[in-house]
Design a protein around this ligand. Structure first.
Ligand code: PSU
Ligand code: MN
Length: 308
């Protein structure tokens, strides 16, 4: 087992690293704050399974008893999924969780920090945080992490609960390429459509690995954000989901919900108002992202890419 001061890398992940096997990091705020019990636990297992199906090794990142863990076993996953008052751990929150020996789910930004310490280059999530519509200056640390962590992050775009044009502008300012996997359009999480453009379209895991290599060969330290549209059959129509999103955003403002609590509130409320349809789509896209990330991780371990 490899240990740095606060981070413990599981025996399976240490071994995978030594053997040069492809590894995919997975976040855990989706488990602790993004999905209800018991779907959270089932989803976490399903994502790990999707990664393994492709011949890669999943590394779920989380905080347990104040330790940053890269790769957790099934018992630990269960503990996390049922934790009482887990913390949502973004970069700001690590030290608090460490000194208070807390359990917590790592956000995109939090997971990227731990995954980089473990030399993992590919990470799958659902949706990234971004610039919020409701709060003045509520900008997710995820965007900052994407700007300074060289990693391929696979997501389904970002929800239109966010200010998507502002989020894309921020990513451009921070030198983060936004790749559309098989699409020119930036996907909006539950829906394939946003009316906004990605910065580049790429059509295969090989192209994505080549692209990341070219990006990092330039000495640029930012991430490559890969947006994978939700499979067509599960893409929710704008006419259905947009009014729900508008209503949810209004509810948050009426209730004065802000800061870290905002994203979990919005997610739960959308699930309620859509009678669980958004949850079904959410689960499908998370698994689809895990599969694509594993395919990319495999290519990255081959031939010309294996020194990235
Ligand atoms: N968007 C989703 N589902 C999620 C999140 C975002 O559709 O579960 C989580 C991710 O972990 C993301 C975090 O990193 O919320 C962003 O939170 P904030 O906006 O507070 O930075
Ligand atoms: Mn925020």
């Amino acid at each position: 087992m490899t240990k740095t001061k606060h981070t413990t890398i599981s025996p399976e992940i240490s071994r995978a690293r030594d053997l040069g096997l492809p590894i995919v990091a997975l976040e855990s705020t989706v488990i602790t704050h993004g999905l209800p019990i018991p779907q959270n636990m089932e989803l976490a297992r399903d994502m790990e399974e999707k990664v393994r199906e492709q011949g890669a090794v999943p590394a779920t990142v989380a905080l347990l008893d104040g330790k940053i863990r890269v790769g957790i076993n099934d018992t630990e996953l269960e503990k996390l999924a049922n934790a009482k008052d887990p913390v949502k751990v973004s970069r700001r929150d690590f030290a608090k969780a460490i000194v208070k020996k807390m359990d917590g789910g790592t956000t995109v930004a939090g997971t990227m920090l731990a995954a980089e310490q473990a030399n993992i280059r590919v990470f799958a999530t659902g949706g990234i945080g971004g610039v919020h519509r409701e709060g003045h200056m509520d900008i997710s640390t995820d965007l900052q992490a994407l700007s300074d962590t060289p990693m391929i992050v696979v997501c389904a775009g970002a929800k239109s609960i966010l200010d998507l044009p502002a989020t894309l502008e921020y990513l451009e300012t921070m030198a983060v390429p936004v790749v559309g996997y098989g699409t020119d359009e930036f996907p909006a999480f539950f829906s394939n459509k946003s009316g906004l453009k990605v910065s580049v379209r790429l059509d295969s895991p090989e192209e994505i690995a080549d692209f990341a290599k070219a990006h990092w060969d330039l000495g640029i330290k930012s991430a490559v954000l890969v947006t994978n549209p939700i499979p067509e059959d599960f893409s929710l129509d704008d006419d259905f989901i947009n009014p729900i999103i508008e209503q949810t955003s209004q509810d948050a403002q009426d209730k004065g919900i802000s800061g870290q609590a905002l994203t979990p509130f919005l997610l739960a409320r959308i699930n309620e108002l859509s009678n669980g349809r958004s949850l079904e789509s959410n689960l499908v896209l998370l698994q689809s992202n895990a599969t694509l990330a594993a395919k990319i991780a495999k290519v990255m371990m081959q031939g010309k890419h294996n020194n990235i």
